[in-house]
Design a protein around this ligand. Structure first.
Ligand SMILES: NC(=O)c1ccc[n+]([C@@H]2O[C@H](COP(=O)([O-])OP(=O)(O)OC[C@H]3O[C@@H](n4cnc5c(N)ncnc54)[C@H](OP(=O)(O)O)[C@@H]3O)[C@@H](O)[C@H]2O)c1
Length: 325
């Protein structure tokens, strides 16, 4: 048996309960991981609230973790019991002591990456990898707008952009978050709770505006984001922290300057073993070089997953949050 966080109905954090449950049965292509640390992500809140439907109820939660391989299916060749590993995708259920998932989604963890660092950064770091290196392969010299720059994904994006020679303008909701984004390598910050974002972008860029906008806030910022772009440039909408973007009239892309828009996901980019390995290699190299450091800013016991989610949803966190099983 293993302790896990589960929920039987969607709703607020009160629906999360700590339960004793047997981990899912091990299939021939699966591994079972004894988690040392578990990552907390905004997507976990989308599943808990029902914005994204869980495949079955009661449901486990979470898709990011790091630990030691506890059992391997008979077809698994690249991992063995005792290996240090990490993962960022797969079936819901990472908020647990033991988690069974397809071995194809699990990567060996290099010795220089600690379990807590891995759990705090696999999903977020691979996301920044595809956003900055694939969705729009940035070369250096571009100016980008990145919303929620002091958050988990944002803190990594600031550092990666700086390393690439990209000017990242980060939006934040407080001076403390602005200071953190700047310390992580943002070129400038805008407090989007009190400043006019498009006007500030215009000032900061001498009227040029941005080559790419990365928007994970969604509903509240969609149109503001379009106003910050150069003609014929790219809007990357990759999250819903304030709610989903709905009811878009596609003609707005014409009105705002013949814009391009994409709505990507990690699963859409790390969709084969080869692509996952390529993305991990790139991200792990950034960690090894010291160009990216992971701020494990918030740690909670597994049982307090609800409190941890409330802090994330309530905009009270900076950097990454992990759960300790
Ligand atoms: N598509 C993908 O592949 C992918 C992968 C990973 C993450 N994401 C998305 O990226 C975003 C960041 O994820 P994360 O886990 O690192 O979270 P996070 O950035 O640490 O937390 C979300 C941040 O969003 C900002 N925010 C703005 N309006 C908000 C609102 N109404 N409610 C809550 N927060 C609001 C807050 O920063 P301020 O206080 O500074 O405004 C908050 O700290 C999420 O939207 C997530 O879904 C997408």
């Amino acid at each position: 048996m293993s302790q896990r966080i589960q929920f039987s109905q969607t709703g607020g954090s009160e629906v999360l309960e700590l339960a004793e449950a047997a981990p899912a049965e091990l299939g021939p292509a699966d591994v079972r991981v004894r988690n040392k640390a578990v990552g907390l992500n905004f997507i976990d809140i989308y599943f808990r609230t029902g914005l994204y439907p869980a495949p079955k109820m009661p449901s486990g939660l979470g898709t990011e973790g790091a630990g030691v391989v506890d059992a391997v299916g008979e077809e698994v060749t690249h991992l063995k019991v005792g290996d240090r590993v990490a993962y960022a995708q797969g079936p819901l259920g990472a908020y647990a002591q033991l988690h069974t998932l397809p071995a194809a989604k699990v990567v060996a963890l290099p010795d220089f990456i600690e379990f807590e660092t891995a759990a705090a950064s696999m999903l977020k770091g691979l996301t920044v990898q595809y956003l900055l290196r694939q969705t729009c392969p940035l070369k250096g010299g571009e100016t980008i707008l990145f919303h929620a720059a002091a958050g988990g994904v944002g803190s990594i994006a600031c550092q990666w952009a700086k390393a690439l020679g990209v000017k990242l303008i980060g939006t934040v909701s407080s001076q403390e978050k602005a200071d953190l984004a700047m310390a992580n390598g943002a070129w400038a910050t805008i407090d989007y709770t009190r400043e006019n974002v498009a006007e500030r972008v215009r000032e900061l860029t001498d009227g040029e505006m941005c080559d790419v906008v990365y928007d994970s806030v969604g509903k509240d910022t969609w149109e503001i984001s379009l106003d910050c772009l150069k003609p014929r440039s790219l809007m990357v909408s990759f999250g819903n922290s304030s709610g989903p973007v709905e009811g878009v009239n596609i003609g707005i892309l014409n009105q705002k300057g013949s814009l391009f828009v994409t709505r990507p996901s990690l699963n859409g980019y790390a969709d084969t073993r080869e692509r996952l390995e390529m993305m991990c290699e790139d991200f792990f190299a950034m960690l090894k070089s010291g160009k990216i450091k992971i701020d494990v800013a918030n740690r909670y016991p597994l049982a307090d997953a609800g409190k941890a989610q409330d802090a994330l949803q309530g905009r009270k966190t900076t950097g990454s949050t992990i759960l300790l099983p």
